[in-house]
Design a protein around this ligand. Sequence first.
Ligand SMILES: C[S@@+](CC[C@H](N)C(=O)[O-])C[C@H]1O[C@@H](n2cnc3c(N)ncnc32)[C@H](O)[C@@H]1O
Length: 539
Amino acid sequence: MLGKTAASGQIAEPRGIGDDHEVPRLPVSAAACSASGLEDLDQRRSVDGVVRECAQVPLSQDAAICVHEWSNSVSRWVLPGPCYNMPVMRPTDRDVVLRVEGLSLGGSGVAHLNGVEILVAGAAPQETVRARLTRPSRKGTQAQLIAVEDPSPVRVAPRCPHFGICGGCLWQHVDYAAQAQAKETIVAERLAPLGGGAALPVRPIVAMDDPWAFRNKMEFSFQPPHRLGLHQRGRWDEVIDVQTCFLPSQTVMEIVAAVRTFVVEHNLVCYNTRTHEGFLRHLVVREGRATGELMVAIVTAPGPFAQAHALADTLVAQHPQIASILWAINATHSDAVEVSESHVLHGRPFIFERLGRQTYKVGLLTFFQTNTAQAERMIDVVAEFAHLGGTERVLDLYCGVGTFALALSAQATEVIGVDASVASVEAARENAVLNGVSNATFQALEVGHLEGQLPPETRFDVVILDPPRAGAGARVMRTIVRLAPPRVVYVSCNPTTLAADLQELISANYAIEAIQPLDLFPHTYHVECVVGLRRISAG
Ligand SMILES: C[S@@+](CC[C@H](N)C(=O)[O-])C[C@H]1O[C@@H](n2cnc3c(N)ncnc32)[C@H](O)[C@@H]1O
């Protein structure tokens, strides 16, 4: 029960709001709340009921937040977040002081005020900040960091001079060990509801030994007149002319500098994403960290590129280890690297990279894990959770270029990989040949269409799945349940969608045996997670 309504003349006492506020509460009648008909916070459930009770809870003398209870014919529940339809009144001359408790999955510091979660971008855990409340959004109530009053012991000086403006890193101001700890906590918190009150077996995160120069792929953008770099934080249409970056190797940054110099000297025209005019769009550099091979791709709009070979010659003269230089054409307005046509300017259209004992052929567009060192550790975890004894049939869903399928093939009778990308499946088949693997086959197929493609008696001992950030979704999870494998290994890059997908397995009598968070993206909030599950009944 949310509390007594304003109509009764008493001030409401909403759930989750503490008694430590210092300012009077502002009663508001349910009828005055304009939130009816909005969607739930996570937008999964639509709200077709009416607001029965509503209370404005003050955050300071000038700011309040709307908390209300909905009811409809199906359920009755409290929406603990802000009312999007009723703006928080902005404090005009007053800031709030907040104690930052941790870091959120979106990258902000997390604090609470009168029980309401406040997200403060740029804040570090365990510090006191002065912040100004801004409008609530679907990401939570946000506040702008005004000053750090009592700095966190884990606040550090960012290594990169572009930090704060560049969109590449959000957490360089936080000590790496604390970043890793925050990711472990995020995974534990997101998955906690699956335990039904019992603690889940979350292992300590596998963090990087050295959290710098780990990326094997970088995508840089051009912007007129001659900028070449990464996107400004929060801006799709502004590029920072990065002079340095500590995420790839320094060789990659030397290539960026050489391309920029060439572009300036030849007065090449860069693409304008607002007007869609211009020529040079992206520079993609891939580096085989285990092989030392480099791929450089210049992505342009359609049109003649008279200087293409001269640019390639310049780069090869400076970096003879470049194994591939491509000119790729993106004829669409999309700012993603979409390629309709490509020309080899030097070497071959792919490079080789190794993960453990396996060698992989990596093209410009093939999905490949971007952190070689941590991908190897992730493969080890997948192998451990799969418990293979040499006699099993394994299904690897969302297999990409065969990362897990090929690594595990020696411990199984048969491995079948499925991926929607025809290019990745072709690469996986070639990688099987390259590594002398004869018991792995690959199918180009939407995983959602898998069920109709499998004979009804098909059985697998282990199903591995590694979906994109959106997760696999209920339909795919139910297909896995119908296949009834004794073991499932779920590799995830998004703990939120992971939690929803795992719920389907738990409801079908699968038990979580172990959860292993891994950090593949230091200085960002991204966290990977491998979950091992076992079927505990015929389900
Ligand atoms: C996170 S990657 C994993 C790749 C691979 N497991 C690896 O580690 O390299 C996700 C993969 O899912 C594939 N994919 C995305 N949506 C898909 C779908 N609906 N059906 C099948 N594959 C899909 C992509 O092509 C991509 O290769």
